[in-house]
Design a protein around this ligand. Structure first.
Ligand SMILES: Cc1ncc(COP(=O)(O)O)c(C=O)c1O
Length: 396
């Protein structure tokens, strides 16, 4: 198959993309327009939690498309009711608002916190977020993010997101004032390079926010839905936040996200929040199918076993090549290298023949691994063996 260059030029240029068109996928594998196969350890940036085109999702989307696609968010539909009930029963939250992307769910969380501040904290609106955090690409979520340089892009920013340092409770305490309404963080900073918030820090944050009457918001767009080996990452710390956002894995690859909150925080009035596609049955039916696979007995045991295998394999590779070790939680892991050959490794892995390997380097010296949660032991071993050979190749 040849590439349609005029068609490619009709797409807005927003990032550098390799000259490949992906045409099909199955499980851990993707296939391009030349018929070359790739072992995929990116999986849509931690989105395809059940791999490419899993039968449960294909069946759910087909069945629902034949039945009802979108009656409008002004009416109830059964799949969104079913998914909301599953999410509240699996978490400490009482109510769910469905959206279409992680950024949109986070916008909802910010609005909910500000509304709550208007009602209960004399108009307090500031949300303390963290350096190097990532919450999305809308104006408010870019302002909430601590990505270097984002404070001047598309200026002026949305006001009210002072930045603290992850795992430093004093840095949070120092920012609290009478305008503060909430603290918002990723339980594991993903885009920053897979940096977990410690259990002690999360517990300390919960105490600090309670003491000051502030909301605790966890952005679990990347860490939620089993990615870290529990359904939600906050559960590792034994805390109960007030608000949680979900995205990525909740739809297994289709556009679906969620804003979850405890009853006492659910203060939207009619008209405050909504959207044409919110909670549509086509996407939420897929969400139900994905959820039921993740919640099936033994599924998380598999995730944790594969996570241990990946962690041990990356540690061995790091030791062999004199790198700086590995880190992460569950199947969100990073290999910390001793030099900046991440981009060279990503390119060499992709160009590998006869089969390629898809990897991600969020920083020059870092590789991030986000395989499907049902990745097999053999696929992890294959990736590790290929990566070892690629390091030898890139380092000459
Ligand atoms: C923690 C976190 N929050 C929010 C987002 C934004 O999600 P989306 O790209 O679906 O808007 C991401 C995406 O990578 C993320 O990792």
């Amino acid at each position: 198959m040849t590439i349609d260059r005029a068609g490619i030029n009709a797409l807005m240029e927003i990032t550098s993309r390799p000259e490949l068109v992906f045409v099909s996928g199955q499980g851990a594998w993707l296939q391009d327009h030349n018929g070359k196969r790739y072992l995929d350890f990116i999986q849509g940036w931690a989105v395809n939690c059940l791999g490419h085109n899993p039968a449960a999702m294909v069946e759910a989307v087909t069945r629902q498309a034949q039945k009802l696609i979108n009656p409008s968010p002004a009416f109830y539909n059964q799949p969104s009711i079913d998914l909301a009930r599953r999410l509240v029963e699996a978490s400490c939250f009482d109510r769910v608002f469905f959206a279409n992307s992680g950024a949109e769910a986070n916008e909802g969380a910010i609005k909910l916190a500000r509304k709550w501040g208007q009602l209960h904290r004399k108009g307090a609106y500031k949300i303390i977020t963290f350096d190097h955090s990532f919450h999305g690409r809308t104006l408010a979520t870019m302002s909430a993010s601590g990505k270097p340089g984002w404070d001047v892009k598309f200026a002026p920013q949305v006001d009210g997101f002072p930045k603290a340092d992850l795992n430093d409770l004093d840095s949070v305490r120092a920012l609290v004032d009478d305008q503060t309404v909430a603290v918002m963080l990723e339980p594991v900073q993903g885009e920053a390079g897979v940096i977990p918030a410690t259990r002690e820090f999360l517990q300390g944050l919960r105490e600090l926010t309670r003491e000051h009457g502030l909301l605790l918001i966890v952005d679990e767009v990347q860490t939620g839905m089993g990615r870290t080996g529990r359904m939600f990452a906050y559960q590792h710390a034994g805390i109960e936040p007030d608000i949680m956002t979900l995205g990525k894995g909740i739809g297994g690859g289709v556009p679906l996200s969620a804003l979850c909150a405890r009853e006492a925080v659910c203060c939207f009035e009619h008209g405050d929040q909504g959207g044409t596609y919110n909670g549509n049955p086509l996407m939420t039916a897929v969400g139900v199918a994905v959820f039921d696979v993740l919640a099936a007995p033994g599924f998380m045991d598999g995730v944790n076993a594969r996570a241990q295998q990946l962690s041990a394999g990356l540690t061995a590779l790091s030791d062999k090549w004199g790198m700086r070790g590995e880190r992460g939680l569950g199947l969100l892991r990073a290999l910390v290298m001793d030099r900046d050959d991440g981009p060279a490794l990503v390119a060499a892995a992709r160009d590998r023949a006869p089969e390629g390997l898809l990897l991600n380097a969020p920083r020059g010296n870092l590789l991030r691994f986000m395989p499907a949660l049902n990745v097999s032991a053999d696929e992890i071993d294959t990736m590790l063996a290929w990566l070892d050979a690629l390091v030898a190749q890139v380092r000459g």
